[in-house]
Write a protein that binds this ligand. Structure first.
Ligand SMILES: [Zn+2]
Length: 299
């Protein structure tokens, strides 16, 4: 859904040129709500600084894995390039997904042995056999024996080289990535407030100036902005934005995958007028902006 933006200015740096289509919820997380709220420079800076690692957040990774059946396409895109850990009789090995396939990362263990993906292991084997001056016919035979080797069984290729082709039973997301940068929900919440305030979001008020400064790279000033990271009870395939009203200052709830919630407190700001709630059903891709009756479950 694209929301028309009446303002002539980037709501972060206030530049009046080069406004570009911007996702209020990161596109990498499946966000579809767009508007021309930012200039190209701000959009790309915030993208690099804050949003580029959003997919690595452990809670987000677990939620996407949990919801994979409801959101198969997003889950597939999401897996691409991400780090995983394999499970199987050979133990847990780190690796990554490329083209929908899992590859073990090359690792050297303390005892000097190597863990490699099968295609990589073939290359290593060729290199080792060539280094030890084996005849071409012996190399070909060794590679054939490797190709035919049963899984989970130690096989002697030469007296100096043993291999085991471990079976991989499954993969799990590696959950040691960095937590989501708080600028991501701050940006979503600030942009959502812009849809309430229209061009008044660009006025010279201290609370708004502080948010813009944070989105320009300054430290987040807790006098003006505080963010709580919360867990709602259940993973569900939806994203949501909710202006919760002024109690006594404006708060916006940002919800990813139904469960991971951020309450952004704009501590020196109050916003009059209607309160909107935006929901994006990730299973059906239906989006809705309504006047809030607090439909996102309070966390
Ligand atoms: Zn800008």
């Amino acid at each position: 859904m694209d929301v028309p933006w009446p303002g002539p200015q980037c709501i972060v740096c206030l530049a009046t040129s080069d406004l570009t289509v911007e996702h209020l919820i990161p596109e990498a997380l499946g966000g579809r709500l767009t508007s021309r709220l930012l200039c190209r420079a701000c959009n790309s800076r915030i993208g690099h600084q804050a949003e580029s690692q959003a997919e690595a957040d452990p809670t987000i990774r677990s939620l996407v894995a949990k919801l994979a059946r409801a959101i198969p396409r997003l889950a597939g895109q999401f897996a691409e390039g991400q780090r995983y850990v394999s499970t199987g009789p050979g133990g847990a090995s780190p690796g990554y997904v490329k083209g929908g396939e899992f590859f073990v990362s090359s690792t050297k263990l303390d005892d000097g042995s190597l863990i490699q993906s099968t295609p990589q292991a073939v290359k290593t084997l060729q290199k080792l056999l060539a280094r030890d001056n084996h005849a071409a016919v012996d190399v070909a035979q060794a590679l054939r024996r490797f190709a035919d080797a049963p899984e989970n069984t130690r096989l002697e290729i030469t007296p100096a080289i043993e291999v085991i082709k471990w079976r991989i039973d499954g993969i799990q997301p590696a959950l040691d990535g960095p937590l989501l940068n708080l600028l991501v929900p701050i940006k979503s919440a600030y942009e959502f407030l812009a849809l309430h305030l229209n061009t008044a979001i660009c006025v010279n008020a201290p609370g708004l100036r502080a948010i813009r400064a944070a989105l320009m790279g300054a430290p987040i000033d807790p006098v003006h902005v505080v963010v709580d990271r919360l867990q709602a009870p259940e993973a569900k395939p939806f994203h949501g934005l909710l202006f919760e009203g002024n109690h006594p200052y404006a708060t916006v709830q940002v919800r990813y995958f139904g469960q991971l919630a951020f309450r952004v407190h704009f501590r020196t700001l109050s916003v009059d007028g209607p309160q909107f709630v935006y929901t994006h059903d990730l299973a059906t891709n239906c989006e809705e902006i309504a006047t809030s009756t607090n439909t996102l479950v309070p966390t």
